[in-house]
Design a protein around this ligand. Structure first.
Ligand code: UDP
Length: 226
């Protein structure tokens, strides 16, 4: 996390548009079958290990990472850093009202951090042009997109050069967490590597994502050790 924040700060100083990808196990399984997603991950500026599975895979492949950095934590840490530096953000995604509540809570927790624009993530024809226009005129420092993997990553990649936001990041269910709608798995579940079980119990519609985990494990076990 410390490294990621140092890198993010440098990106902000340089000002060129960058994409941070928060890779969890489901994303890497999808990337094995989705060339566009795979290329996008490889071309992104920074990839952080969002899940314990990815931390395990990195260690097994001989490129260990110091720790897990979840999207929801990195997003919050960037808001905290933003408060110190006067950064602004645009929140795109989640159901109507959720981005507003997440923004309200994060602005209250980190005075000085401002969400200058937001839009829900269930886009109708014409919404994209409107959102692009808003981002271009607001020129935020940060763009968080919460529309699910891989839609959010592809949305960013397709227009990041034009939108020219220094840091854009897909954040999945983070607005749901920061708005208080969804609870994160208790630390014990995280430590025991059974966060997926908590997700499944609290939100059975997550079964599709959880079902990718055995495939991820096989993928990693079959790949060459570093
Ligand atoms: N979402 C959205 N537009 C869509 C589909 C989903 O804004 O067309 C939102 C959804 O409301 C949720 C987020 O995207 O807030 C996806 O969260 P999820 O936990 O499923 O993300 P992932 O597991 O892909 O990280």
């Amino acid at each position: 996390m410390a490294d990621a924040l140092e890198i993010a700060q440098r990106y902000m100083e340089e000002g060129r548009p960058r994409q941070i990808v928060t890779a969890d196990s489901s994303m890497l399984v999808m990337a094995a079958e989705d060339e566009e997603l795979k290329d996008l991950i490889n071309a992104s500026d920074l990839v952080v290990p969002d899940s314990t599975g990815v931390v395990w895979a990195a260690r097994r492949s001989g490129s260990p990472v110091p720790e897990r950095v979840t999207g929801v934590d990195l997003m919050e840490a960037l808001c905290r850093l933003g408060a110190e530096h006067g950064w602004t953000a645009y929140f795109l995604g989640a159901a109507p009202g959720v981005a507003e509540e997440a923004a309200r809570r994060l602005e209250a927790r980190y005075p000085g951090f401002k969400v200058t624009g937001l839009h829900h993530g269930f886009l109708e024809p014409g919404d994209t042009e409107k959102i692009e226009g808003e981002i271009l005129s607001l020129q935020p420092h940060l763009l968080f997109v919460a529309m699910g993997i891989p839609r959010q990553e592809k949305w960013i990649r397709a227009r990041m050069e034009r939108l020219n936001v220094p840091i854009s990041m897909g954040v999945g269910g983070s607005f749901d967490c920061h708005s208080g709608q969804v609870k994160r798995a208790p630390v014990l579940y995280q430590k025991l590597w059974i966060e997926w079980l908590y997700r499944l119990i609290t939100n059975p519609s997550k079964y599709k994502k959880v079902a990718l985990l055995p495939r991820f494990a096989l993928m990693v076990l079959r790949s060459k050790k570093g």
